[in-house]
Design a protein around this ligand. Structure first.
Ligand code: AMP
Length: 188
């Protein structure tokens, strides 16, 4: 069986967005990125966007209640399958996700964790900053996001490992090399 309800986990810059885009094409399922949704809310100056902007610019997490609500909206439309990218990021979000899926009579097939070397990832993010001009891609914010990942998101690895859902794949190397490993791990 190939997995189609997938949580993508990994430090900032580990390549989650890039691999998610590839998987969307390969598996034909929607990409749900809370970061993209929040950036759209900031650009549209909605009330969520106004609350989220300063936290995002500082490399901090946006509140669980806000993020859970926006994820819930999208998950309701994605019963067949999805790639969740950047959500959950805290244990409270992971527990909320389990509850949301249960309500939809669904469950996760796997948590795909992309592993990467911290310094290589900081380099990658600095390069992306030059290309995309994201406000949260300066070195100080990048280091802060790595710290937040280690403290608040890395514990999710154990959460999914305990549930028998964790699949770890190295995110280092070319996009194609990583995708090959990912598809092999997903049996897709
Ligand atoms: P990303 O594009 O996934 O790196 O997200 C960019 C920023 O959006 C993060 O640094 C957070 O400030 C915010 N964000 C995205 N997803 C979440 C989430 N699940 N929980 C809290 N904050 C989030």
């Amino acid at each position: 069986m190939s997995a189609s309800r997938i949580v993508l986990l990994g430090a900032p810059g580990a390549g989650k967005g890039t691999q998610a885009a590839q998987l969307v094409e390969q598996l034909g399922i929607p990409h749900i990125s809370t970061g993209d949704m929040l950036r759209a809310a900031v650009a549209a100056e909605t009330s969520v966007g106004l609350k989220a902007k300063a936290l995002m610019d500082a490399g901090q997490l946006v509140g669980d209640d806000i993020v859970i609500a926006i994820a819930e909206d999208r998950l309701g439309e994605a019963k067949k399958g999805f790639i969740l990218d950047g959500f959950p990021r805290t244990l409270a979000q992971a527990e909320a996700l389990d509850g949301l899926l249960e309500k939809l009579d669904s469950s996760l097939d796997c948590c795909l964790a992309l592993t990467a070397d911290t310094e290589a990832v900081v380099e990658r993010l600095l390069k992306r900053a030059e290309i995309e001009g994201r406000a949260d891609d300066n070195e100080e914010t990048i280091r802060e996001r790595m710290k937040v990942y280690g403290e608040q998101t890395a514990p999710l690895l154990a959460y999914y490992r305990e549930r028998g859902l964790l699949v770890e794949v190295s995110g280092m190397g070319t996009i194609e090399a990583v995708l090959g490993r990912v598809l092999g791990a997903l049996d897709a």
